[in-house]
Design a protein around this ligand. Sequence first.
Ligand code: FEO
Length: 400
Amino acid sequence: MKEKLHIKGNVYYVGVNDRNKTLFEGMWPLPYGVSYNSYLIDDQDMVALIDTVDVCYFEIYLRKIKSIIGDRPVNYLIINHMEPDHSGSIRLIRQHYPGVIIVGNKQTFGMVEGFYGVTGDQYLVKEGDYLSLGKHKLRFYMTPMVHWPETMMTYDETDGILFSGDGFGCFGTLDGGFMDCCINLDRYWDEMVRYYSNIVGKYGNPVQKALEKLSGIELSVICSTHGPVWTENINRVVETYDKLSHYQAEEGVVIAYGTMYGNTEQMAEAIAAEISAQGIKNIVLHNLSKSDASYILADIFKYKGLIVGCPTYNNQVFPDMEMLLSKILGREIKGRYLGYFGSFCWVGAAVKRMGEFVEKSKFELASDPVEMKRAMSDRTYQLCEKLGADMAERLKKDRI
Ligand code: FEO
């Protein structure tokens, strides 16, 4: 097994795959599963583990560790990130390796004790500190809020390997191989956008700061806590995170709508048809009753135009729309062009409420909202066409 886990030099992959969990963080669908990546450095003098795995997979994890170091002890457990998908096995690692020294920053140890009741041998690091394992010299970079406050990254100066925590991660299990050079990467690129937008999306500025900090470092391998180990695609991966954290987007429109009996959906269709007629190719319609917010958010991170629409429900905005708008605001997405529309039967509320969202979002309004009473009329159709045309025009101005 040992050879199959080898990454480079004395560094090994000891992560696991989770094909059982339905919703990551209890919210985000995992159609391709997720990997919890942990790494082991088997140096001349010392053995270091970097992060652990979800506790459900501890037996498999331990077997992998032992296949590399046999009955020798683990000397250091470096904790880059404390979210339980990575920290879940800390207590059991300490039980199996009682002498292990836990390496973290001043934010880490309170979480280790709070989640797992683990105290004892600790090695406190701060920005720029380093730890020598013998051959390998590890340097620590504090990267708070990528994705929790204690988050840090560990850089192996000896081999140019960055252990990046959630940074550069993506959804999807690692089926067979785990290195990008050895697997078909097709499904991971979209899953990277979805992972970023769902999990890290709020923290654009912290990600930018981390990227700046890492910009002078030579990277030969990126070892994230989720998804492939990156060797041949480092530039693309870094560029993807750079673009997403800047909220940069392509030309295109996401139309997310709620509908109960199909009338409001007809507004969405009319708007989309006009946008298409104006020469915009990337148009994605999401029916909120069917599309999970996870995918809608990923598309909103991808495209520059956003149009939301829904019926009035109980004198409020349609409930699924309420949830979506809250998720959009929670991510502090910037620089989108916005349109909105809504409907009602006897008293209108949806358009008014979505107007409040527009103010909070600080998005640029591309056109006036359209409000429909009961069902589509010629007049409503024309207004929807105008909304679509205005959005297309606003997008096309950016081509110049
Ligand atoms: Fe994969 Fe923020 O934990």
